[in-house]
Write a protein that binds this ligand. Structure first.
Ligand SMILES: *[C@@H]1O[C@H](CO)[C@@H](O)[C@H](O)[C@H]1NC(C)=O
Ligand SMILES: *[C@@H]1O[C@H](CO)[C@@H](O)[C@H](O)[C@H]1NC(C)=O
Length: 243
């Protein structure tokens, strides 16, 4: 069912909103997500774990020597982790918040294998520039700022996850991000009432997948809708009530 869901989403995506997305905004979102993921990875590495870096050398008595440094401080290690993170970026999709139309990127399927529940607050958007995957944006971001990023991580204390790397790189150094690009409560708030209003205007969720998800997650509702007698009774009652 999960595979079906994905196939459905992918095929639907060809009929969905295609728009010119502000590349700076997208760079900002990818940048922030990359550091969030990077901090998550680093947090899970044992604090004092050492990794080998550089080439093997042989000392005078024929023993091999290689420099060992703390994983967190190794430029090679950081760059490998970022490579992996960039590959994962292709599990993210571009969306607009239904409430405000602000651009966001989010995981389609959560790490637990479920449809991301936040997805129903958004509508899916495809970029005009199909060549440029989120992986591409992530890789460019790292390439363009590699020295700055590795310097930042190398200089940090052993047990620090560097919570302000995002601020230092995505805002201060690259200037990709501006305050308005961050999601606010207004962007992320989406109530059942708002969805009802939205459906009145746009029909049953043509762009987001909120409607679809609800039906798939609540088979009872679908079942009810399949019983026209009940529906007729209900609407007759309503009619009587109105009269
Ligand atoms: C997009 O990718 C195709 C195939 O790799 C390539 O021929 C084309 O030049 C690319 N377009 C842009 C704008 O990079
Ligand atoms: C980012 O820039 C602001 C304003 O210039 C400064 O106050 C802040 O310390 C900087 N933060 C980082 C992490 O570089």
């Amino acid at each position: 069912m999960q595979v079906n869901l994905l196939i459905l989403i992918i095929s639907l995506s060809f009929f969905l909103v295609s728009a010119k997305i502000d590349p700076q905004n997208l760079k900002c979102l990818v940048c922030r997500q990359t550091f969030e993921e990077l901090n998550k990875v680093i947090k899970n590495v044992d604090k004092w774990k050492k990794v080998y870096v550089g080439n093997f050398r042989m000392d005078a008595s024929g023993n091999t020597m290689q420099q060992k440094v703390s994983a967190h401080h190794s430029a090679v290690y950081i760059s490998e982790v970022i490579d992996d993170i960039c590959k994962k970026m292709d599990d993210y999709v571009r969306v607009y918040y239904k409430s405000t139309g602000k651009l966001a990127i989010m995981l389609l399927v959560t790490e637990y294998g479920n449809m991301n529940p936040e997805f129903s607050n958004t509508k899916f958007v495809t970029d005009d520039d199909l060549n440029k995957s989120l992986e591409y944006y992530c890789e460019r971001m790292f390439e363009e700022n590699e020295d700055e990023i590795t310097q930042l991580y190398k200089a940090r204390p052993h047990d620090d996850i560097m919570p302000d790397a995002e601020l230092a790189i995505c805002f201060n150094y690259t200037k990709y991000c501006e305050k308005w690009m961050l999601p606010t409560e207004e962007d992320t708030t989406w109530t059942a009432e708002m969805e009802a209003e939205y459906v009145k205007i746009h029909g049953p969720d043509p762009y987001g997948f909120g409607g679809l998800t609800q039906q798939q997650m609540m088979p009872e509702m679908v079942h009810d809708a399949d019983e026209p007698e009940e529906v007729d009774e209900a609407s007759q009652e309503e009619l009587h009530a109105e009269l």
